[in-house]
Design a protein around this ligand. Structure first.
Ligand code: GLN
Length: 514
């Protein structure tokens, strides 16, 4: 193994420890990740294509500053100097933020998202911005206007979506840490199909300021990593109250790193785990279910009590989501009007076009098909006469889903399910079938509708295709620490079962891009 390969295979916690021990420098490990990106990331035509923009200069400048601070004995944070990748839906001063859309091509935001500011303030070099489905709408990254990201396990397959770029970057060892956003599963489902760890925090637990909104009442920023402990480290760093986000919860972040360390001892005695009846069985791939049941046995062996819990309204979650989300998205995307940001297209053959004609031409050229589909759906569902029948009903069902969670958490400490119904499917396989694409989020959407936190961690490889499957753990709002305790315990047991981290088995990919 080359030095670069060895460095990039290490976890963020491990890299932080090496920095603290003076064994390496932030410049060395930032450069190693930039080299890895150059070797495997390629372009829209070949390679992983996890990144839309790589900021080598900015990352190295931050690394130099980090090394200087450390030499002066004043690192800012445990992760000071450890590089990170950021989903291109989070605003970054000096770096483009496109949301995977043509309409924002070349837009450089005048401000940092709070989570980005926290990364910078803690001294983490930002390697670049990661690819995503346009405005976070999709489950495969194929709706990116800049071409899809490919799954490092098999470059012919999707890396999940919308945050496939962040997940693939971490799975391909291009970044030890990344930020994603999850409106209906966009952190957890890519995590499941790439063998990475992804967390959707409690709604309001992490600031949304500077997250270009798809659906405000569902969106959350969260960590994408290779281990549960790394996710805890990153989550603690980005979490906590932000006065710039009116939905931010003004409470301290529970001790997540502490919970992960406690979980890693492998003892779950006294923990009650509820298997969600409605999120298993029909529609789930056999190999995904086999890994799921095996994980349940490991939880039992660790001392947990596993029971089945029914959440009857969850069968309506997908339909509810596909009303609430397009309604909010149609309203949010109204701001892309050719007057304020990004692209402006003048209609052809019109001498003195009206503002409305310019807006129409720009939105027609700037938005992709999936975005248009959802704007139309949302506008229709919100129109007078239909509003109560669609949006109103969806909001009422949403309440029923929250009540199912409340009742379930009266009986158990955490709920579990497979994260996604299948392993990574082939690029192009579901592109022309929106409903088939939407079904990928069957198991992840309920958490967003109710605002509760969830983690996905790799549960092993499915027998039929050798691809990673994901295990999802859900906890009550503000009990994110439970995700880390259970996640770390299961991760430890699974390492024993698979002879180490699953990602050790990911193909090396060296030279794929060239
Ligand atoms: N795949 C889901 C969708 O298309 C979820 C997206 C997300 O979480 N951003 O809406």
């Amino acid at each position: 193994m080359s030095d670069t390969t060895q460095t990039t295979r290490r976890t963020a916690g491990d890299l932080a420890a090496a920095l603290a021990a003076g064994e390496t420098t932030s410049v060395a490990l930032t450069q190693a990740h930039l080299d890895r990106i150059a070797a495997v990331d390629g372009s829209a035509d070949a390679g992983v294509h996890a990144f839309l923009h790589v900021d080598a200069e900015g990352a190295l400048a931050a690394a130099v500053a980090s090394d200087e601070r450390r030499a002066a004995g004043a690192p800012l944070h445990a992760l000071d100097g450890v590089p990170v990748a950021v989903k291109d839906v989070l605003t970054t001063t000096g770096l483009p933020t496109t949301c995977g859309s043509k309409i924002l091509e070349g837009w450089i935001p005048p401000y940092d998202a709070t989570v980005v500011r926290r990364l910078k303030d803690a001294g983490l070099p930002i390697l670049g911005k990661t690819n995503m489905d346009e405005f976070a709408m999709g489950s495969s990254t194929e709706h990116s206007a800049y071409g899809p990201t490919r799954n490092p396990w098999d470059l012919e397959r999707i890396p999940g979506g919308s945050g496939g770029g962040s997940a693939a970057a971490v799975a391909a060892f291009e970044a030890p840490l990344a930020l994603g956003t999850d409106t209906g599963g966009s952190i957890r489902q890519p995590g499941a199909v790439t063998g990475t760890v992804g967390v959707k925090p409690t709604y309001g637990g992490v600031s949304r300021y500077g997250l270009v909104a798809m659906a405000n009442s569902l969106d959350q920023v969260g960590p994408v990593t290779r281990t549960v402990l790394d996710a805890a480290l990153l989550h603690e760093l980005i979490g906590g109250h932000d006065p710039l986000d009116s939905t931010s919860v003004d409470q301290p972040v529970p001790g997540l790193v502490e919970a992960a360390r406690q979980g890693a001892t492998g003892d779950l005695t006294g923990l009650r785990v509820g298997v969600i009846t409605e999120l298993q069985g029909e529609g789930y791939q056999a190999g995904v279910l086999a890994r799921f049941h095996e994980s349940l046995e490991l939880l039992t062996a660790a001392g947990a009590e596993v029971v089945e819990v029914s959440c009857p309204s969850f069968v309506h979650a997908l339909a509810t989501y596909y009303l609430v989300m397009p309604c909010e998205a149609s309203s949010n995307l109204a701001k892309f009007d050719a007057m304020r940001y990004g692209m402006r297209v003048l209609p052809e053959g019109v001498d003195a076009p009206s503002a409305e004609q310019v807006m129409r031409a720009t939105r027609d050229a700037g938005f992709g098909d999936e975005v248009k589909r959802r704007i139309i759906l949302g506008t229709y569902a919100l129109s007078s006469g239909y509003y109560d029948a669609y949006y109103g009903t969806a909001q009422r069902v949403r309440t029923l889903i929250s009540r199912d969670f409340e009742a379930a958490f009266g009986q158990v400490d955490v709920l579990v399910s497979p994260t996604a119904p299948t392993t990574a499917f082939k690029l192009g396989e579901k592109l022309d079938d929106p409903l088939a694409m939407y079904l990928n989020d069957l198991a992840t959407i309920p958490a967003n509708l109710a605002g509760v936190p969830g983690i996905s961690l790799p549960s092993g490889l499915a027998d039929e295709d050798g691809l990673p499957a994901g295990f999802q753990v859900l906890a009550p709002a503000m009990a994110d620490d439970r995700l880390y305790r259970v996640g770390a315990a299961l991760e430890a047991a699974l390492h024993d079962r698979w002879g180490g981290p699953l990602l050790d088995k990911v193909p090396a990919l060296e030279g794929v891009a060239r």
